[in-house]
Ligand binder design. Structure first.
Ligand code: UT7
Length: 324
């Protein structure tokens, strides 16, 4: 049997034009730029324009990833969109993206693991490609969290923003891929922690979209411990050491979480890719947005070992090691 590797061919990110600064927020709720910067590291977030949907953001990020990969619509046969803010209850945002990109082959579906969605989606696509079932996947994290925020709740509305990121993940034989590809994966969830981070609405409960609710300081505590354990597990799964990691590309929720996890794992600060100041927590979009930024500025190069991780509502969490 031929063994396959899933290789990242191209990465793209997209942030909507409209910017909301900490200063702007201080005029909307009882908060300050100082509090938000000191507690989270966030300086601004992007907000989708009226009528601009999650599929619009996702399609634009996908176009950029496809351009970077040098592939066209006929080259893609799998689309996985990680999102907690779909355009509609159904059909899947992935099929809307598929249509917007002019892709008519293969399969497209959504994946719901909230902020961990992109890590889950990489793991899912990797499994399909490894089985030889599809050839080239678009793995997209896209969110319009501005649409589910309670804009009167200062403890949550200052944290999140809109955006999308995407990668083209390609099946290659081990001989073609060499050392490149997804190397190790660790996924976890624990539904007992549902009340720490959830949306208080949905089609089957309230027949409304609902608003995001979070017990932030408790999620914070879970985040540092669970992510550190997950990274160790993914690294062991890959047969690698933490010291082998070239770049740590974490979920961008809070600068203090990024730094605490890096410190716990003994990862040097200069290896941590942080874009949280620029766009806040964009949920499933944050990891591919950070990866796109670090590739664009020349930090992450082919051959580098990249660690991605995230934690989100569920709770769900996980990490993956990828040789670029
Ligand atoms: O992506 C999914 C995963 N989510 C996360 O990773 C988020 C994890 N949590 C966090 O990032 C942090 O817990 C927060 C940034 C949400 C909050 O920071 P914290 O240091 O844990 O603060 P806290 O929740 O313990 O609140 C401290 C104080 C409270 O006031 P009192 O009770 O001490 O008087 C809050 O009411 O800060 C107050 N506060 C604010 N003050 C000014 C909460 N939000 C604000 C605000 N502006 N926006």
């Amino acid at each position: 049997m031929v063994e396959f590797a899933s290789v990242i061919r191209g990465v793209g990110g997209y942030l909507p034009e409209r910017i909301l600064t900490n200063e702007d927020l201080s005029k909307m709720v009882d908060t300050t730029d100082d509090w938000i910067t000191a507690r989270t590291g966030i300086r601004k977030r992007h907000i989708a324009a009226d009528g601009q949907t999650t599929s619009d953001l996702g399609a634009e990020a996908a176009r950029r990833a496809m351009k970077a990969a040098g592939v066209g619509p006929d080259d893609i046969d799998l689309i996985v969109v990680a999102t907690a803010t779909p355009d509609y209850t159904f059909p899947a945002t992935a099929t809307v993206v598929q249509n917007k990109l002019g892709i008519t082959r293969g399969a497209a579906f959504d994946l719901q693991a909230v902020c961990s969605g992109f890590v889950y989606a990489i793991a899912t696509a990797d499994n399909f490609l490894a089985r030889g079932q599809f050839e080239r996947a678009l793995v997209i994290g896209a969110e319009t969290f501005s649409r589910i925020l309670d804009w009167s709740d200062r403890s949550t509305c200052v944290l999140f923003g809109d955006g999308a990121g995407a990668v083209v993940l390609e099946r290659q034989t081990k001989a073609e891929a060499g050392e490149r590809g997804v190397k190790g994966i660790h996924l976890r969830s624990d539904g007992r922690y549902r009340d720490l981070l959830y949306v208080d609405g949905g089609p089957s409960t309230t027949q409304t979209v609902g608003h995001l609710r979070m017990v932030g300081n408790q999620v914070f505590k879970h985040a540092v411990g669970k992510i550190s354990d997950s990274v160790r597990a993914a690294t062991a799964d890959a047969g690698l050491q933490i010291s082998d990691i070239d770049w740590f590309v974490p979920h961008q929720a809070n600068q203090r979480i990024l730094s605490a996890v890096a410190e716990r794992l003994g990862l040097e600060e200069h290896k941590v890719v942080s874009t949280v100041a620029e766009h806040g927590n964009t949920s499933a979009a944050s990891v591919p947005l950070a990866l796109a930024a670090a590739i664009e500025d020349g930090r992450v190069k082919q051959g580098d070992l990249v660690l991605i991780e995230a934690i989100g509502g569920g709770l769900t969490w996980g990490s993956a090691l990828i040789r670029m």
